[in-house]
Design a protein around this ligand. Sequence first.
Ligand SMILES: Nc1nc2c(c(=O)[nH]1)N[C@H]1C(S)=C(S)[C@@H](COP(=O)(O)OP(=O)(O)OC[C@H]3O[C@@H](n4cnc5c(=O)[nH]c(N)nc54)[C@H](O)[C@@H]3O)O[C@H]1N2
Ligand SMILES: Nc1nc2c(c(=O)[nH]1)N[C@H]1C(S)=C(S)[C@@H](COP(=O)(O)OP(=O)(O)OC[C@H]3O[C@@H](n4cnc5c(=O)[nH]c(N)nc54)[C@H](O)[C@@H]3O)O[C@H]1N2
Ligand SMILES: [Mo]
Length: 748
Amino acid sequence: MAEHRQHSAHWGAFHAAAGRDGLDVRPDPVDPEPSALLRNVPASTRSRVLRPHVRRGFLERGPGPDDARGRDEHVPVPWEQALDLVAGELARVRAEHGPQAVYGGSYGWSSAGRFHHAQSQVHRFLGVTGGYTRSVGNYSYGAALPLLRRVVGDDAPVTRPTTWEVLTRHTGLFVCFGGIPAKNSQVNSGGATRHRTPGHLAAARRGGARFVLVSPLRDDLAAELDADWLAPVPGTDTALMLALAHVLITEGRHDEAFLRRCCEGFEAFRDHVLGRDGGPAKTPGWAEGICGIAAPVIADLAREMARNRTMITLSWSLQRSHRGEQPLWAGIALACLLGQVGLPGGGFGHGYGGMSGVGDVSLPYPLPTLPQGRNPVPDHIPVARIADLLLHPGETVEYDGSVLTYPDIRLVHWAGGNPFHHHQDLTRLRRAFARPDAVVVHEPFWTATARHADIVLPSTTTLERDDIGAARHDGAVVAMHRVLDPVGEARDDYRIFSALAERLGAAAEFTEGRDERQWLQHLYETWRAALPADVAPAEDFAGFWRAGRVDLVVPNAEHVLYADFRADPVAHPLPTPSGRIELRSRTIESFGYDDCPPHPTWLPPAESAYPLHLIANNPATRLHSQLDHGSLSAGSKVRGREPVRLHPDDAAARGIADGDVVRLHNERGSCLAGAVLSEALRPGVVQLSTGAWFDPSAPEVATCVHGNPNVLTTDEGTSRLGQGTTGQLSRVEVARWDGPLPPVRAHG
Ligand SMILES: Nc1nc2c(c(=O)[nH]1)N[C@H]1C(S)=C(S)[C@@H](COP(=O)(O)OP(=O)(O)OC[C@H]3O[C@@H](n4cnc5c(=O)[nH]c(N)nc54)[C@H](O)[C@@H]3O)O[C@H]1N2
Ligand SMILES: Nc1nc2c(c(=O)[nH]1)N[C@H]1C(S)=C(S)[C@@H](COP(=O)(O)OP(=O)(O)OC[C@H]3O[C@@H](n4cnc5c(=O)[nH]c(N)nc54)[C@H](O)[C@@H]3O)O[C@H]1N2
Ligand SMILES: [Mo]
């Protein structure tokens, strides 16, 4: 076996070597809690795109709308031909329709690595060659971004929440809406050399903190934390929070002084909660009828929150659903009523445990970063409106107080993302992908997105190249040493874009004359030189590369969100119109959105004919769709299908036994999955995580025969304010599937 080399992924640092039985992967000994996701890494060499491919219909008929995308076969072609085709199409589309006709939003996590980061590469390339329509926001907390901007001024509750060092010593009660699931803190965009979240939670528990989990799933908090479990009907947290507020206000347990000093619009919120604005009073009895939590339990929780130093944690999943701005805003309002915002261990945070590092110090200085250059095209969309963009050129969309017009997209260029994983209502997305003249995808693997492309350019994985790994909350820069030769004819995205830039006359601008090694050295050394002396690493590039890792100086571990603001809101105002936390926003009011009123409001979902609530959360056994064919992910499948968890009562009512193949369906589509019965769910709730590769190979049986929940989810924005994805929650029916069982071909 070759020597093990230092490497890094979104799910942690590791050492890897190529051996006769494939890749051998060992966690980096510095990691106190290495992620089980490392077990998927040896699959990196399988299900690969080995050569450039062109869709047969595109080869034969040339560019144009085509609903054969995703069904047509792909033909291998030489690199030179593939590159000529892509460069020719980019040039043609820009010349005939303008640069805004190229969509380069290209959302996705791609891989760790600061230089080969596919998103940075594709944006830099499309910028220097003429520009492109981009996307803004993300699928993670897309609705939160505009909402937080209006309510607290910026995204500090996500990027700089109170640190665990403070919480573990000061918080008496954690009330965790959406939980702090151990499965999610395995990953961090860019890398996670030390997984600390489980240790932080255990330390808080040892220190005497109590936990209340508010979630339809009991395993959203580790069992060792002995949490009280309140399981609301999915999507009803806002009603529960308003009732908690009702108890605090009517029993005089709210902090009038804090509300006066630090908040704007308490009166409007109070009048709404008390029913003085014409609506019903938001009593615990009112909420019980909506969220299914008994009124006395709600009242007791409110009192306990007021008695303790209470941290309200709000998961990102809360806002990834219909009117997802509301539970976030209501949670912030609840924290304001308690009056502990800015106190050590009190207040609220958004996304603790959503990734490794949330609640660890965010580095107050930059990381080595590939400059993305300038995009001369101003057109953009909120990222989750991709299908609308392609289907409705010339139409408008409202977003955060603005009105955007969808350009007429003729070419889609994607590198480092998998929209046929991440987007909702995949049947609609397939219609959308039929519309442009050309779809270009760079992918290491034969994902569903690659299968929907006209031109597929095979990229390397990180294992096949040198890079520098680093993440904002991680505190280390890791040398990612090349472990393998490129698989098949795969090339690095940088090399692919350099060759395309050459054909488009922008090679010098794109490459700046550097090869890979020169870029790595350049990024590292310019970064190091720009840092203040007290934090700059001593190692030069050669020293760093030899050492494999440099640990960074991480100052100010004891950070309390809004401590300065609380101490003196006049001297340290928030960047909101009032300078305070806005429980009523005049700005949002001025937009006149009935789907996002000017203060936190319970907005009931539309009625549904489908009885079960589907939770399509992020998967425990992989990162999104990545390495779905790896051994951890594959080992969780049931008869080759993605596992769907059901409560035994719901299963019994449908004649479903553990291990049965079942079919989920609703008005948008259907999928097969493998039943796992569990009492860890609220009855009436089923859970099918995201990430099983979309498999439409037997449409007579199901839209997807493998278990991708995004054939069932709705492609509607959270509201006109946030336009975030609503993929987390939908309504379905489930039945045992006794028909013929088509093979899963997704990884074939
Ligand atoms: N229903 C529902 N849907 C959801 C969610 C949900 O809660 N419910 N969650 C959403 C969230 S939060 C997110 S962030 C998204 C994630 O969606 P994505 O980020 O699109 O998902 P990934 O599977 O990580 O896709 C990354 C792709 O990049 C490829 N890749 C990796 N390295 C490289 C490289 O070096 N070069 C190139 N060219 N490609 C590379 C991988 O093979 C993979 O196909 O999904 C969203 N979708
Ligand atoms: N292993 C692994 N970890 C990951 C990822 C991954 O793909 N795999 N993805 C990463 C990414 S990109 C992101 S953005 C984060 C996402 O972080 P989150 O958004 O927090 O993650 P989810 O797992 O989607 O949702 C967390 C939990 O919220 C609960 N929940 C769902 N609906 C409701 C509701 O209406 N009310 C309440 N109270 N709870 C609800 C679900 O039970 C779910 O398990 O995770 C990151 N971590
Ligand atoms: Mo995400």
